[in-house]
Design a protein around this ligand. Structure first.
Ligand SMILES: [Zn+2]
Length: 196
């Protein structure tokens, strides 16, 4: 995965994504909607959830800022704004709507964001990381104790989940500051799944 420093700067006259391509109509650099001619651009096959909002790929996201960017983009691609435009504009606007909504859902969820940044996918891979025998033995122990004293597992799991979230917090903070990598994130997220 790229580091935050890799993200490209926004072109000056572009609304929407930073990953700009020449406008399909006027060939000026364009985001989702070309500022110059108003043409809605064809969405890429895979929409980068950060780039579509013009955001750097970081875990610590300002969710109010995300919502403001989402509202601006949603307004640009709203069907009501495509009146008088071509059939291609209307079709692309609809295609963007689905992708933009999906990107927003992903970014609003801190666990999905973490998976995405660490693995490129917002959900765990089918064959994930192998958890340590110690951790799995502990989980087994929790299950056994749960039978003797119901409720004990939930209490322990809540404490453990808080600890794992703190680990994630530390790893992402270091990475965003340019002094660490995300190699431990997938394993931590896999443990978090167990105790969530
Ligand atoms: Zn244009």
């Amino acid at each position: 995965m790229s580091t935050p420093a890799d993200s490209a700067p926004a072109a000056p006259n572009v609304k929407g994504p930073r990953t700009t391509r020449p406008c399909r109509t006027c060939h000026e650099p364009a985001g989702v909607v070309c500022v110059g001619c108003g043409a809605v651009q064809a969405p890429p096959v895979v929409i980068d959830p950060y780039a579509v909002f013009g955001l750097s790929p970081v875990w610590h996201l300002d969710l109010l800022d995300l919502e403001a960017r989402y509202r601006e983009l949603a307004r640009l691609i709203h069907p009501d704004r495509q009146g008088g435009k071509s059939a291609a504009d209307r079709m692309y606007a609809l295609q963007w709507t689905a992708g933009v909504n999906e990107a927003r859902r992903l970014l609003k969820d801190e666990v999905k964001r973490a998976w995405y940044l660490a693995t490129g996918s917002p959900v765990p891979k089918e064959k994930g990381v192998t958890l340590s025998p110690e951790f799995l033995a502990e989980m087994f122990e929790w299950r056994e104790e749960e039978e003797e004293s119901p409720g004990s597992r939930a209490a322990r799991a809540a404490v453990r989940a808080t600890e794992i979230r703190a680990e994630l917090e530390a790893m992402f903070s270091a990475w965003e500051a340019g002094s660490g990598d995300l190699s431990g994130v997938e394993e931590a997220l896999s443990r978090l799944r167990y105790v969530s």
